[in-house]
Design a protein. Structure first.
Length: 207
């Protein structure tokens, strides 16, 4: 099953999917209205417009994490078995933010702007068909939660789940990360696996 999943989670289809998020997401761009055909070869010399001519330096950083993560059942996520002692649960890391090794990207903003973060996660629910699990995807910016999405998956299901957010940031270095956690509806055997995850962060000009 994991081989089937990896064969379809390619860099090309991840990039295409994230590009679709950008085009359909909440980010919009204003443009100056010019008369039709008013700008052409006569108005712009070859090589006259480049990154140096733009007032805001655009940039993108991305990472692919193909390490398998087992969202293990325990007494803190609904997976305790009858007769087991109740666990002393501390608040899950996703409620606090924090480092996300292998799922963090970094961008440097020379001036204030907006940070567009998109991610896609591939999941495999190993549980029995009648069981369910609620999977939480959380995006962090500078180790603080900024967006959260919850998806319900049933036993035996394979799926890819997207999440996206757009936040205002100040000039300086910024980190975008992804966390994944599970809440189970049954203590029967069968965890959810994160078989792959990708994160892309893009620097955009301020409104």
């Amino acid at each position: 099953m994991l081989g089937f999943l990896h064969g379809r989670l390619t860099y090309a289809n991840i990039t295409a999917t994230l590009a679709l998020f950008v085009s359909l997401g909440g980010a919009s761009y204003a443009a100056v209205t010019l008369p039709a055909a008013s700008v052409g070869k006569k108005q712009i010399r070859a090589g006259a417009v480049g990154l140096g001519a733009l007032s805001f330096p655009l940039g993108t950083a991305g990472i692919n994490d193909d390490k398998v993560q087992d969202l293990t059942k325990n007494g803190c996520n609904g997976g305790s078995f009858p007769g087991n002692a109740t666990a002393d649960c501390t608040p899950p890391s996703r409620s606090l933010g924090g480092p996300t090794p292998g799922r963090e990207v970094h961008l440097l903003f020379r001036s204030a702007g907006r940070l567009l973060v998109s991610a896609i996660v591939s999941l495999y629910n190993q549980g029995a068909p009648q069981t369910t699990a609620h999977i939480t995807l959380q995006l962090n910016v500078d180790r603080h939660p900024v967006s959260e999405s919850v998806t319900t998956t049933t036993g035996g299901q394979v799926l890819q789940v997207p999440i996206q957010t757009l936040v205002n940031v100040k000039a300086g270095s910024h980190t975008a990360g992804l966390e994944v956690s599970a809440q189970y509806g049954s203590s029967t055997p069968g965890d959810v696996l994160v078989s792959a995850a990708s994160v892309i962060a893009s620097a955009l000009p301020a409104d």
